[in-house]
Write a protein that binds this ligand. Structure first.
Ligand code: ADP
Ligand code: MG
Length: 257
């Protein structure tokens, strides 16, 4: 099959990011195809989170552009990019600690209809039962039905990340970006999360997963780009990347783990 048959959902075009004298990203070109799970792996400090932050509008690149669904999103605000259909799970979960699990998942559904959360909240009051049902569906999806009424702040780290995933799913994003979705999780929670990401994949959602742990992505990714010292040093299927000596070198050469 020729690649021209595929729709490119996200295109990172010649992106550079400098922090003072540090070239955190250099010459980054990346194409993410519709329905695929594209992993970006690399040792600590490689620039993975920086790349994700550029994609979601938290950082403006020094040069280059990010194109989502044919539209240049560089320069747009994070919430505008989110409204355009990009949802993301950050390395540190962003949840409302004082709200219940259910209310946390309902919140983005109220907000999604047209932006301004408070105004919209009133406008969507009549839809509360419907949104509640939808939220319960996604909470069940991430295996947290027993925690429906638990305050989010009291959840374990793994559960907080699963909650954040449910908060993303209810937005029905066109593109889901995940920054180390299993970081800090126990082996058991990691496996549950991998299963969940597989399930999402079967539904055809386009995903970019940033990972430090190679084992997590080898079972999930259709395509892997390997980042080291701000540059893409290898790209291909999991098998191709596994066999690439440059990749082993990058990991062995890194001082941290
Ligand atoms: P990774 O997610 O792959 O571990 P990061 O993208 O967090 O790597 O960091 C890449 C490099 O950029 C690191 O050397 C880091 O110290 C540096 N860096 C990241 N964010 C900033 C920032 N806001 N200001 C200065 N340096 C930064
Ligand atoms: Mg990171």
């Amino acid at each position: 099959m020729s690649t021209s048959d595929h729709n490119i959902v996200l295109h990172v075009a010649d992106v550079h990011m400098r922090f003072g004298g540090l070239h955190a990203l250099a010459d980054i070109d990346l194409e993410v195809e519709e329905g695929k799970t594209h992993a970006i792996i690399g040792p600590n400090g490689a620039g993975k989170s920086t790349l994700l932050n550029v994609c979601v509008g938290r950082l403006a690149p020094t040069s280059g552009a990010v194109v989502f669904d044919g539209q240049i999103i560089t320069g747009m605000k994070p919430h505008e990019i989110n409204q355009a259909g990009v949802a993301r799970v950050f390395q540190t979960p962003e949840i409302f600690p004082d709200l219940s699990v259910l209310d946390n998942v309902m919140a983005p559904a109220f907000a999604r209809r047209d932006g301004a959360f408070k105004l919209n909240f009133l406008g969507n009051m009549h839809r509360e039962a419907e949104i509640r049902e939808e939220a319960e569906h996604f909470i069940n999806d991430v295996g947290m039905t027993a925690e429906l009424d638990t305050h989010a702040g009291a959840l374990s780290r793994g559960d907080k990340r699963r909650l954040e995933l449910a908060m993303c799913l209810i937005q029905h994003p066109r593109l889901l970006l995940l920054d180390e979705p299993t970081a800090g999780m126990s082996r058991h929670d990691t496996n549950t999360t991998i299963e969940l990401l597989r399930k999402i994949k079967e539904r055809g959602m386009t995903k970019v997963i940033i990972e430090h742990d190679m084992h997590v992505v080898f079972s999930l990714a259709d395509k892997i780009s390997v980042l080291a010292q701000g540059r893409i040093i290898a790209e291909g299927t999991p098998d191709e990347v596994r066999a690439n000596p440059k990749v082993k070198e990058a990991y062995l050469g890194s001082t941290q783990e």
